[in-house]
Design a protein around this ligand. Structure first.
Ligand SMILES: [Zn+2]
Length: 249
């Protein structure tokens, strides 16, 4: 079987989790759940996704809305880091959930905020309760903003789509790309991490694999050529880390 990340031959099943095969590539070490034609994001992010249950299994989120204050505090911290003392232009968030970060960005003076999100109950909350511009369908024009943000999103994306998405988010951002994700340190992480729940979580890339993304994505290759070969944020395996790339600096 061919690896969805590096295209090398030699992928094997390492473990089953929640009934899903977790594959490991012998060449690059990427761990991922392959998605077939039966993968239906609408079912994965359907009713109950944010309130305790989804797709018939217990969800990591006990009640996302009950933790609103915690999520807003985290959003404020992220916005302080990515905004700094600089311009607060338009901000697009991919996978914005019920819109807490977008709402905080709006209060913080960012010039126009919008997002996309797979969970319809989250879209409903963002649009109806918070009056935000959020939709399920993602288009490249959506990513044309001063800052593009994706917090705890990449691990939910099928492995063969990550490069294209990161490249698009970087390319379309006028100034800032901010990605927070968690890095795996091997198969034990995938087995032990309670929050790693296929089919909700699909891709478990190591730090090494993320560093490889720098020369592979053309726009990020330019940064690597300038000597930026380390990921920002000093990520550690098992810890969600915010990485912020600033263009034109
Ligand atoms: Zn591979």
């Amino acid at each position: 079987m061919v690896c969805g990340w590096c295209n090398a031959d030699g992928v094997s099943v390492q473990v089953k989790k929640h009934g899903y095969d977790v594959l490991r590539c012998g060449a690059c070490g990427a761990l991922y759940v392959p998605v077939g034609t039966s993968y239906d994001p609408k079912a994965v992010y359907g009713p109950g996704y944010l309130t305790g249950r989804y797709a018939g299994t217990e969800s990591f989120y006990k009640d996302y809305f009950a933790d609103e204050a915690k999520h807003r505090a985290k959003a404020q911290k992220i916005l302080r880091i990515i905004g700094g003392d600089g311009k607060r232009g338009a901000l697009y968030e991919m996978g914005c959930g019920p819109g807490f970060l977008l709402d905080e960005a709006r209060k913080d003076g960012w010039g126009g905020v919008w997002g996309t999100e797979m969970s319809d109950e989250a879209v409903d909350h963002a649009c109806k309760k918070l009056g935000l511009l959020v939709q399920m369908q993602r288009t490249p024009s959506f990513a044309t903003a001063h800052a593009n943000v994706a917090i705890d999103v990449m691990e939910h994306i099928p492995i063969d789509e990550i490069r294209v998405i990161v490249s698009e988010l970087y390319d379309c951002a006028r100034s800032i790309l901010a990605i927070e994700t968690i890095f795996s340190d091997g198969i034990d992480d995938v087995v032990n991490w309670k929050m790693m729940q296929p089919p909700r979580h699909l891709t478990f890339l190591s730090l090494k694999e993320w560093v490889k993304l720098l020369p592979i994505v053309p726009e990020l290759h330019n940064l690597a050529a300038k000597g930026e070969t380390r990921l920002p944020g000093n990520p550690k395996p098992g810890v969600a880390t915010l990485m912020v790339w600033r263009k034109n600096q």
